[in-house]
Design a binder for this molecule. Structure first.
Ligand code: F3S
Length: 398
């Protein structure tokens, strides 16, 4: 029995009158809504679908997607893009990705494209055309992207699983509960940061607070104004050590004024000491990194420019990947940043990232990262050591 209210048209979709793909998608959305006590479905303007890397979904996932696509009765009805796959889809061979993996990976992305999901493969879709408006309801699934779209853009999403975001993309609706409701967007922990932060400090801060707050909503009082790159780093870390989907930053993020900070009783002070200790603890080895992997979440043009300025005219000793989307790389190509980075021995790697790529099969042992999310996941998901530091300290020159 379905508990939530459905319109006549939605009920017909549930009954299979619009085809099998839509019926299966409605099944997922209605089950989710009933579990979380949603009153109804709400229209969405955007979806971001995870569950793309062959490393995480394997043959079973590929089969499921191909079955759904073969049916042909349902395709995405709204702006929908994909999370990173496990390879650079175009340059996998040149970059040394295993062939068996690349073949499967392309089949997965093709199946999603048959379902109407754009081959824009990135965890920063808000930089490249999948940009909701303030207060739009959306269905996004990659955790750092969820934190960004909720907190920095002020759109509304829960942390969706890949199948739920795909179902929402096809139906164009999602169940109305959780962070879609104003009352659940209030803060429940004040974080007073008593030191100025820069670079990898933001990831360290997010890592500390994510562990404390879990799925809560932290409200930050910062000593200096973060830029958008700092906010994406902060949100990614919050969402990886905890399961934060929404945070507020005083005088910075759009809903900070309605976060009800005056009602919050829990307050935590973070000083430089905690930030420095956490930075050290995120490093798991004394060895030097053999691969520096930047772009977690996927790099913006400004971040690529910063690296180009650091490496210009020099030769990099360790390997360097900067992970980003094809669209950001296209602009980096035009600006001459790609040429500078490649001349120094680095690569701009599209689509994929250090966590969802099979880097453990590619001969690397120690990965240098400036992202606390990557530092958290590379040891557990890839079985490799990490060095956590700022970009300028990670890259070694001949
Ligand atoms: Fe994106 Fe991969 Fe990091 S999906 S947030 S670059 S772990």
């Amino acid at each position: 029995m379905i508990n939530m209210f459905l319109t006549k048209k939605e009920q017909e979709m549930c009954d299979g009158e619009a085809g099998e793909t839509i019926r299966k998608s409605m099944d997922i959305l209605v089950a989710l809504g009933d579990i979380y006590g949603a009153s109804k479905l709400v229209d969405i303007t955007s979806a971001q679908v995870s569950g793309v890397s062959y490393k995480t979904i394997g043959d079973a996932g590929l089969e499921y997607l191909e079955d759904l696509a073969r049916d042909g009765s349902g395709k995405a009805t709204i702006n929908a893009s994909l999370n990173p796959p496990g390879t650079d889809l175009d340059n996998w061979e040149k970059l040394g990705f295993p062939e068996y993996f690349a073949i499967k990976q392309n089949q997965i992305v093709d199946a999603y494209a048959d379902l109407g999901i754009s081959k824009t493969c990135t965890c920063t879709p808000y930089l490249v055309g999948n940009v909701p408006r303030f207060r739009d309801h959306v269905s996004w699934s990659e955790s750092s992207a969820v934190a960004y779209v909720n907190s920095v853009i002020g759109a509304r999403t829960n942390r969706e699983g890949g199948p739920a975001a795909l179902a929402a993309a096809i139906v164009g609706k999602t169940p109305l509960y959780g962070f879609h409701l104003e009352e659940n967007r209030k803060a429940n922990l004040i974080v007073d940061v008593t030191t100025e932060l820069s670079g990898a400090d933001f990831g360290a801060l997010g890592y500390i607070i994510g562990k404390v707050v879990g799925s809560g909503v932290p409200y930050f009082k910062l000593n200096n104004v973060p830029n958008n790159n700092d906010l994406k780093t902060l949100g990614a870390a919050l969402a990886s050590s905890g399961s934060v989907a929404l945070y507020h930053v005083e005088d910075v993020t759009p809903e900070a004024d309605i976060a009800n900070k005056h009602d919050v009783e829990d307050i935590m002070f973070i000083s430089d000491k905690e930030i420095q200790e956490t930075r050290q603890n995120l490093t798991t080895t004394d060895k030097q990194a053999d691969l520096i992997c930047l772009g977690c979440p996927h790099a913006s043009l400004e971040e690529i420019k910063q690296v180009a300025n650091i490496v210009k005219g020099k030769t990099i000793k360790n390997k360097l990947w900067i992970c980003t989307s094809v669209s950001v790389k296209a602009t980096a190509d035009r600006m001459g940043f790609t040429e500078i980075i490649e001349s120094a021995g680095g690569n701009i790697v599209c689509d994929t990232c250090m966590v969802v790529a099979p880097i453990e099969e590619m001969g690397f042992e120690v990965i240098g990262v400036n992202s606390a999310k990557a530092a958290n996941y590379v040891p557990s998901m890839c079985g490799l050591d990490v060095v956590y530091n700022d970009v300028e300290n990670l890259i070694q020159f001949e």
